[in-house]
Design a protein around this ligand. Structure first.
Ligand code: COA
Length: 330
């Protein structure tokens, strides 16, 4: 019996034009370019000057639609991964639907922080595999500057704004497309990376503002330890499940949180650096956007080809982590 698989048939991305360099940050917090580059691999990041996360997603999706040669009205479903939704509700997927004119689509948001995109693409692929939908738009976008404390050197240096999107459609060949995914959560990690203010537990008050509870908080050291292991473990697991070795992988597309975490994952997979998509130096950690942003950049440079083996891997707040195996279909 033939089984439907989901192929990625188009990609798009967007970053806002304003650049915030390490040297700019030296003026805001007690840090320096050398420390940031050697500890994280980041030289600069982008920051949006207005609008919400949906406004980062719109140009990314427009690039994707143009590239595929279709209109937004053909989209069936929108899955929007973000931790910086325009508002708690309506869902940013609905905001985006209206802005791009995806009249017949339904959609929803996914909150899985830096793993938002791997969660979203795994779900999107399964919506295609059921045969129920033909065009699922999966977006990863975050305006991290909206929840950054630019007086906190532990976090302000790490994050940036950006968006990426992929289109999933039934694959014409069941051996091509999204072939496997493995996802994890561990809620015991919640205490190490969070934003406590603004939700039902701590609704906004003068006190929550004074206590800076509307900013991201991270215990970097604690997260680093589990992220290195979590991302490498799940990447190794996805290879083993599919009888692959590092030599079979054409591209690793890792979540871009810290270059040292990326290097450790590539080492564990036995991958040469030349097979790893790395753009953290230019954008920092754009949370749900890192993976589709890198994928779209590399694809537009002509480096991603039909039949290549891609592994997407992430680790983030929750904790959440996962990996996806894709055989490129077009
Ligand atoms: N500039 C200069 N010095 C800094 C600094 C900064 N921005 N931030 C911290 N330091 C100092 C610390 O105060 C510490 O000084 P001390 O030794 O005198 O106490 C020293 O640098 C080392 O700090 P430490 O926190 O141990 O650095 P680190 O090597 O762990 O790097 C992170 C910090 C945040 C870059 C790193 O822990 C990390 O990337 N964590 C995980 C991020 C992540 O993966 N997130 C998950 C997904 S979103």
């Amino acid at each position: 019996m033939s089984k439907i698989k989901a192929a990625i048939t188009s990609v798009g991305h967007f970053v806002p034009p304003k650049v915030l360099t390490n040297f700019d940050l030296e003026k805001l917090v007690d840090t320096n370019d050398e420390w940031i580059r050697t500890r994280t691999g980041i030289s600069e990041r982008r920051v949006a000057e207005g609008g919400g996360t949906s406004d980062l997603a719109v140009p990314a999706v427009q690039m994707l639609l143009k590239n595929r040669g279709i209109g937004a009205e053909e989209i069936d479903v929108i899955i929007f991964a973000t931790v910086t939704p325009d508002m708690f509700f309506p869902a940013t997927a609905c905001v985006l639907q209206e802005k791009i004119g995806a009249k017949k689509a339904w959609g929803f948001d996914i909150s899985a922080a830096c793993s938002g995109f791997v969660y979203a693409i795994s779900l999107g692929a399964q919506l295609i595999e059921t045969g129920a939908y033909k065009k699922v738009l999966v977006v990863g976008a975050d305006k991290m500057s909206s929840i950054m404390d630019y007086t906190d050197r532990n976090t302000a240096i790490l994050f940036g704004d950006g968006a990426g999107a992929v289109l999933l459609e039934p694959s014409s060949d069941e051996k091509l497309g999204v072939l496997d995914h493995k996802l994890y959560s561990d809620g015991s990690g919640g205490q190490y990376l969070y934003m406590s203010g603004g939700g039902s537990l701590n609704p906004p008050t003068h006190e929550t503002i004074d206590k800076k509870m509307h900013y991201l908080v991270q215990d970097g050291k604690a997260v680093f330890k589990v992220a290195v292991k979590g991302m490498a473990d799940v990447s190794e697991e996805i290879l083993q499940r599919n009888n692959l070795t590092g030599a079979d992988v054409d591209w690793l597309i890792p979540h871009q949180a810290n270059l040292r975490i990326i290097d450790a994952t590539a080492d564990r997979m036995g991958l040469d650096k030349s097979k790893v998509m790395i753009n953290i130096g230019r954008y920092g950690n754009t949370t749900a956007a890192t993976i589709p942003l890198a994928l779209s950049e590399w694809w537009h440079e002509g480096k991603v080809k039909k039949g290549q083996n891609l592994v997407l891997a992430s680790f983030g707040a929750g904790y959440t982590w996962g990996a996806v195996y894709v055989k490129w279909a077009y």
